[in-house]
Design a protein around this ligand. Structure first.
Ligand code: HEM
Length: 511
């Protein structure tokens, strides 16, 4: 009996969507933006690219223009393929373009309240304000010693662990997030925080990035697990324990450490201290746990993928590694390691950092925004409720802004007077408007210090196969919420005994 009721309600939900699809634009004068021909009823469902949608959308833009419209059972999806279109809407009309779609699977996992997934509203503003106060450039200076210590641990690991660069880069970014959020320094892979972080990373990757049937038809979450289309609801519920652990384990540990007077400085400790012994409401506790979890959710995979892209680029463009090493050697010398004081004196290293973000944006389609009002853009209707994707990859490949855009060429950003092309830095990597990444200053600093220190200390080169032939990695990416290079082998060796000694001395001073 129950299943009959459920099937009827699904039918009602689908036919409701269909009715909405067929009727919602009746009477509206404006046309929708163009897009490829759709199937009746299901719209573009069959056409939706299974891999690298950002590249397919980029291709479609050549035929249909920079704003492409798709529909799924009557739900509009708009892809913005140019910087101009993204700025005109997501920035200039941010009052109506700053909502998020219902990310049902992540909600079932228990991520909410967590900034990347929060709808636009009071709680969103509260979380942004907390993030803002902890991650504006002035506040990020306080985290520089954490980044320095962890980059020294990273290089020490890379010198010793041939073939484990991907895992060590992941540990580097996880360690920074965990230390800033909870005050805990990770020193080995069997740390409890590593296993919490790994589980949550897998959960994030398996959540379907808002594009599952359950996200499109939230009522599916109430159907039994055998019902077709409910797979991702079960995935969501199946990972709830992991996100609960991310929220509860550090919270309980830091509170205990504070009571014992041994807590290290951290976001969590600062927020609990600000409460000054006052009993926190349930919502306040959820908010603190959610923001701390957001530091992890927003900051680890993204920075990790960017650094893996850096390794890939160094294998494919060894001349860039050579030029970066020469600059670091000239400015920093051989008797110390790079520090944040060197930022202004290392223009080429800064260009390498920016080119990593442009060459392969690690969130190529951004996180979808939702439009909360009908909008008339260039005489076209962007319907209320549309999911809006800003295709950063398409913007990075725009040949009118970036010459030979598919090549990794950091010098493109240098002024023409210094032999560069004076091309603009690539800001779309961090999103747009009121949703722009609040961790971008921290991310820039982490990637800068990693690139500068690796240039100073290590040589990255292609691995060889059993016949002694160099292995050239291909540019293949795993896609999910972030786009991560598929594992590739590489050789990492220390540049000299002197640099190995400097790293060892730096690591020995970490308490
Ligand atoms: C290279 C590293 C990073 C990249 C490429 C990146 C990129 C992005 C992008 C594209 C968005 C979506 C913006 C939009 O919706 O328009 C975003 C959101 C976000 N990022 Fe980052 N991010 C990085 C590092 C970080 C770090 C280190 C943190 C934390 C300290 C962080 C925290 C967040 C949060 C909380 C959001 C959600 C903002 C909101 O929904 O209002 N990110 N990031």
């Amino acid at each position: 009996m129950d299943s009959v009721v459920l099937q009827i309600s699904l039918l009602v939900s689908l036919t409701g969507g269909l009715w909405y699809a067929l009727n919602k634009h009746v009477g509206k004068a404006l046309p929708l933006p163009p897009g490829p021909p759709a199937d009746p009823l299901i719209g573009h469902l069959r056409l939706f690219p299974k891999a690298n949608p950002e590249l397919v959308f980029h291709e479609w833009a050549k035929t249909y223009g920079d704003i492409v419209h798709l529909s799924f059972f009557g739900r509009s999806v708009v892809v913005l393929n140019s910087l101009e279109a993204a700025i005109d809407s997501l920035e200039k009309k941010s009052a109506i373009y700053s909502d998020r779609p219902d990310l049902v699977v992540y909600d079932l996992m228990g991520w909410t309240p967590n900034l990347p997934f929060l709808p636009y509203g009071e709680r969103f503003k509260k979380h942004r304000a907390i993030f803002h106060s902890h991650f504006i450039p002035e506040a990020c200076v306080d985290y520089q010693h954490v980044q320095l210590q962890n980059v020294h641990l990273l290089v020490e690991g890379l010198m010793k662990n041939q073939g484990h660069h991907d895992r060590l880069l992941s540990r580097f970014t996880t360690s920074i997030a965990i230390r800033i959020a909870y005050g805990h320094q990770i020193r080995s892979d069997d740390d409890e925080y590593i296993s919490i972080a790994n589980d949550c990373g897998v959960a994030l990757r398996q959540g379907g990035a808002g594009g599952t049937l359950v996200d499109l038809f939230p009522s599916l979450q109430y159907f039994p697990s055998w019902f077709p289309g409910t797979y991702f609801a079960n995935v969501g519920r199946g990972w709830k324990w992991a996100i609960n652990k991310l929220y509860d384990y550090p919270f309980d540990s830091v509170r205990k450490e504070m009571a014992e007077g041994i807590a290290q400085p951290s976001f969590l400790a600062a927020e609990l201290e600000a409460a000054a012994g006052r009993e926190l409401s349930k919502e306040e506790v959820e908010d603190i746990k959610g923001v701390a979890g957001g530091i992890f959710a927003g900051g680890t995979e993204t920075t990790w993928s960017s650094l893996t892209v850096f390794f890939l680029a160094m294998l494919l463009y060894p001349e860039c590694q050579k030029r970066g090493q020469e600059e670091v050697d000239r400015v920093v010398g051989k008797h110390r390691l790079p520090s944040f004081d060197d930022i202004e004196s290392l223009p080429y290293v800064n260009c390498v950092v920016q080119e990593i973000f442009r060459w392969k944006p690690v969130i190529p389609l951004g996180i979808p925004h939702r439009c909360t009002e009908d909008d008339n853009y260039r005489g076209m209707l962007i319907p209320k409720g549309s999911l809006v994707f800003a295709n950063a990859r398409a913007m990075a490949l725009d040949p009118s802004t970036y010459k030979d855009p598919s090549l990794f060429n950091p010098a493109r950003f240098l002024p023409e007077t210094d032999g560069g092309r004076g091309e603009p830095l690539f800001e779309p990597a961090f999103g747009f408007g009121r949703r722009i990444c609040p961790g971008r200053h921290l991310a820039n600093a982490s990637v800068f210090i990693a690139v500068a220190t690796i240039f100073a200390t290590l040589n990255i080169s292609k691995a060889k196969d059993e016949n002694g032939l160099e292995i050239t990695p291909s540019l293949v990416f795993e896609t999910g919420l972030t786009s991560h290079p598929k594992p590739f082998p590489c050789n990492v060796v220390c540049r000299s005994e002197g640099t190995a000694r400097l790293i060892q001395e730096a690591v020995d001073t970490i308490d």
